[in-house]
Design a protein around this ligand. Structure first.
Ligand SMILES: Nc1ncnc2c1ncn2[C@@H]1O[C@H](COP(=O)(O)OP(=O)(O)OP(=O)(O)O)[C@@H](O)[C@H]1O
Length: 285
């Protein structure tokens, strides 16, 4: 598989503070990577480095380009949706379409209009007269219609209500994603992207503490709901987290064999959010 992004010993310091501590990772073509971490972990710093929006130390290759030197060429291949939609209030929706069509060679206007036709947005409205959610939808319509190979999304659904958030991810899969494209997405709403991701990266304090495909995650981690008589036995296998559901213990294991897991109780795949909480606590323990 070909890498669209390769980072080796990628570091970023702000004065004495190390926001990224020599991280290594890659993103392959045709993958949807979730970059998940608590506030201040370094997610935006990674995204900004990939987009050539900040300086860094170490090696970073994006489509064979150095983001610090080749930002212009990179923008032909990469598109970025930030968490806040910034569109001038006086602009009409139709003018926003004209503008992006004029400045971006890869903008597919027909696609943007199709996306907008599914919303309540009127093309003659001014941005300033749209609701906050509608402005975000307009922004997404404009950006998703730019046909690039890598889409970078930083908390893309912030400010959208639950119905539009679901629509957004459906739209992303049907309108944007295919096997030749890749997506990197950061979000705090991990349950929303759970079924979308092909790869998962957890970051904490500038370090990547998990980097796995979702298939590997399913093979490696298991949650077992254990009856009280097996609780002591389960603990011997050193679970990385435990919680209680309806009076029964649920243990999360890393690398426990399926046979042993089944012998202890009812097994299932942990949710990304449960795994995230467990991994964050494990590291600080
Ligand atoms: N320009 C800057 N000057 C100094 N420190 C900065 C600067 N930008 C980011 N940082 C620090 O670097 C760390 C990583 O920030 P970053 O924005 O990458 O985190 P994040 O994981 O995206 O967080 P959030 O989920 O809150 O957006 C934080 O501790 C932040 O305070």
């Amino acid at each position: 598989m070909s890498n669209v992004v390769t980072a080796r010993s990628l570091s970023k310091s702000y004065g004495e503070f190390n926001a990224l501590k020599s991280v290594n990772f890659s993103v392959q073509r045709g993958r949807i990577v979730g970059l998940i971490g608590p506030n201040g972990a370094g997610k935006t710093t990674i995204l900004k480095s990939i987009l050539g929006l900040t300086t860094f130390d170490g090696h970073l290759d994006v489509f064979g380009l150095d983001p610090q030197k080749d930002r212009h060429k990179l923008m032909q291949k990469v598109c970025f949706i930030a968490d806040v939609a910034v569109l001038p209030r006086w602009l009409k929706v139709s003018q926003a379409l004209d503008f992006v069509e004029g400045v971006h060679p890869r903008f597919n206007r027909e696609k943007a209009e199709r996306f907008l036709s599914k919303t309540k947005i009127n093309k003659n409205s001014k941005v300033g007269h749209l609701s906050k959610g509608m402005v975000t939808q307009l922004h997404l319509a404009l950006v998703l219609a730019i046909e690039v190979e890598l889409l970078v999304l930083d908390e893309p659904t912030l400010g959208l209500d639950i119905l539009y958030r679901k629509d957004f991810y459906n739209e992303l899969l049907t309108e944007f994603f295919d096997e030749d494209r890749s997506i990197i997405v950061t979000t705090h709403q991990v349950e929303e992207v759970e079924n979308l991701l092909t790869d998962l990266m957890f970051i904490k304090n500038g370090e990547i503490i998990l980097d796995s495909t979702m298939d590997e995650v399913s093979e490696r981690f298991v949650e077992v709901m254990v009856s009280s008589d097996k609780a002591e036995q389960a603990k011997e296998y050193k679970p990385i987290a435990e919680r209680e559901v309806f009076g029964r213990k649920v243990y999360l294991f890393d690398g426990l064999s399926p046979e042993v897991a089944q012998s202890l109780g009812d097994i299932h795949r942990p949710s990304i959010s449960d795994l995230f909480v467990a991994k964050m606590r494990e590291v600080s323990a």
